[in-house]
Design a protein around this ligand. Structure first.
Ligand SMILES: NC(=O)C1=CN([C@@H]2O[C@H](COP(=O)(O)OP(=O)(O)OC[C@H]3O[C@@H](n4cnc5c(N)ncnc54)[C@H](OP(=O)(O)O)[C@@H]3O)[C@@H](O)[C@H]2O)C=CC1
Ligand SMILES: O=CCS(=O)(=O)O
Length: 255
């Protein structure tokens, strides 16, 4: 198809990593397809970037398979040859123990982080394969996919799905030139905790206070790197933590 294509399709572009990715790819001259549920936020990002690069915005809930199909089918011609897919839309809900979790919250996390990511990936695969060599899928998982912690339950498990799905995709895409990177960031200061704690600003302030967490621009830089390496190279997994974060060891329940 269009070997010169430089269109990046970013999910969850209204905030955090996704918005920072939009800025990073725009800086390098990429045309952008930006999606997320909040139309007004999409318009705001578009107005920040449209003087630099072509920007197409699509209000999209990744959980809605038909909407995903429609958005991809209706991409304007200049945005059709998607070369980079950043599967970033996602969330956690709740941080208490599994036995106190709300089952609707779990369903939302599964539907967004797993079903949503699968919907977008499968719908864009033919395009990415057509673009071929150099096309890239970057899936945003998390350190929670790799390291357990109390209260991670379905969130961490959903990200473990993303991690393994990324590796499995690589197997099936052998010979197509399409690469797949799983990026697993640790503690990062975005709207993630506000969403997880249902708008509790004090939870956000407590988590990120007195530490130097990853910033959205840090993650965007790594995603951009993975997507723009020489086309014979594939970063399989990129695990990223702030220096202030490490592991707490195993825990034991004593009498
Ligand atoms: N912050 C952190 O510590 C870490 C976060 N992550 C992961 O990074 C990704 C980005 O999160 P982050 O930037 O931190 O958090 P933010 O809350 O700042 O951004 C999340 C983005 O996902 C979008 N989103 C959520 N649900 C849906 C949906 N159903 N359909 C479409 N878009 C959706 C939101 O857009 P809108 O609400 O407009 O739909 C928003 O743009 C997530 O997958 C998260 O799990 C991974 C590791 C660490
Ligand atoms: O994915 C987010 C990082 S954490 O909150 O699970 O540590």
């Amino acid at each position: 198809m269009n070997q010169q294509s430089s269109v990046a399709f970013i999910t969850g572009a209204t905030s955090g990593f996704g918005r920072a990715c939009a800025h990073r790819f725009a800086e390098a001259g990429w045309a952008l397809v930006l999606s997320g549920r909040r139309q007004e936020r999409l318009e705001a990002v578009k107005s920040e970037l449209e003087s630099q690069v072509p920007v197409h915005v699509a209000a999209l809930d990744v959980r809605d398979r038909e909407a995903v199909t429609r958005v991809v089918e209706e991409l304007p011609s200049d945005f059709k040859a998607v070369k980079v897919l950043v599967n970033n839309a996602g969330l956690a809900l709740g941080a208490g123990p599994a036995q106190e979790a709300n089952l609707d919250d779990w369903q939302t996390v599964i539907d967004t982080n797993i079903t949503g990511l699968v919907n977008v990936t499968r719908t864009l695969l033919p395009t990415l394969i057509d673009v071929g060599r150099g096309a890239t899928i970057v899936n945003v998982s998390s350190t929670a996919a790799l390291w357990p912690y109390p209260g991670s339950h379905v969130y961490g498990a959903s990200k473990a799905f993303v991690n393994q799905f990324s590796y499995n995709l690589r197997c099936d895409l052998k010979g197509t030139g399409v690469r797949v990177t799983d990026i697993a960031p640790g503690m990062s200061e975005t709207e993630f905790t506000l969403v997880r704690m249902k708008g509790d600003q004090s939870a956000h302030d407590k988590l990120y206070g007195g530490v130097e967490p990853i910033q959205p621009e840090d993650v965007a830089e790594q995603i951009f790197l993975a997507a723009t390496l020489p086309p014979h190279l594939n970063i399989n997994r990129l695990e990223l933590m702030p220096v202030c974060q490490s592991w707490g060891g195993l825990s034991v329940d004593r009498d």
